[in-house]
Design a protein around this ligand. Sequence first.
Ligand SMILES: *Cc1c(COP(=O)(O)O)cnc(C)c1O
Length: 398
Amino acid sequence: MTDYRPDTSGRFGEFGGQFAPETLIPALQELEAAFEVAWSDPGFHAELDALYASFVGRPTPVYHAKRLSQRVGAEVYLKREDLAHTGAHKINNTLGQALLTQRMGKSRVVAETGAGQHGVATATASALLGLECVVYMGAKDIERQALNVYRMRLLGAEVIAVHKGAATLKDAVSEAFRYWVSSVESTHYIIGSVVGPHPFPFIVREFQKIIGTELRQQMSGEPGSFPRPDVIVASVGGGSNAMGIFFPWVRSGVDLVGVEAAGHGLESGAHGASLVAGTPGVLHGSRTYMLQDRDGQVIEAHSVSAGLDYPGSGPEHSYFRDEGLARYVAVTDVEALSAFHEFSRLEGIIPALESAHAVAWVLREAASLKGKTVVINLSGRGDKDVQQVAAMQGDEDA
Ligand SMILES: *Cc1c(COP(=O)(O)O)cnc(C)c1O
């Protein structure tokens, strides 16, 4: 199995690195060292694996989606991250980093959140382990995501509104970093995806690769297992669910497909497809494909799905893209919404809007997937999106 690391400066080829203020470098070094020690300690793995089994509900099952298979003309399987506790893959990472926080002797975590999903997963892990939890969230997002804000508060987290800038995710990230710098002795920063300065993209990938590692067991093609996949498809926001399922399959001959948000269409400029339509630059501490104008100013992303509404993606995906280790495509809001409805009726599973992007690509590509064995990483369940979709439907009906 491929098991490479970024190089010592945290780079994946020309991507990644550590573009962070001087004041943060010691904290990043401390984190890297703590991770190395924990990751080579069987005691850490025993603790994490026990929580994965009984708190998160791992291994998540693989499900043969028969009606979708019939519709597509391929054998389509789902990796059921939607069944993980809190309804998505994010808990794999927040639980790992919360355990790491304890190991570092810190009592508090800080996180940023956009739609609130990472905030909820962080608040959950913090409650479990008795850590204080501070979540920065754009004031605009707080208004739009009242239910997740309430969830975080129920779980004991302090949610702090950010009024600066556009008062959304990008501004929350900046404030969370600032808070971390000012309280680094007692606080760990739990980043939500395979993004940010080294060692975050590496650490988050290591915690999320449980998805692909389980899948290798579940779809080994051996007797008593499902057949080996030809294609693995996952949505890409920052890229953690995709990297988690891809990584153990890199260079195995399986076609790895990352699906980004084309939003209103790539030509409209209102999308979140940084790997498909962006250019390399520095975003949130690492060099990666991102959406930027000719002066290097970040362009606001757009997607119907909050989890894909991010103007960059992880540096390791940028490396995979340029090396041809995975390929990246994009589907529009309209396609994803249509897949959200069709998939719910076909399979009795309401998918997260993020995951619906992966489903939409499979529906669109049916002709080229004929007869193949395809796995969709069903990164999350759609309960969180039902109200939003209903409201949009209302707009249409009006
Ligand atoms: C947050 C989220 C995503 C996007 O984040 P990645 O880091 O790209 O995985 C995808 N699906 C769901 C259900 C999410 O909550």
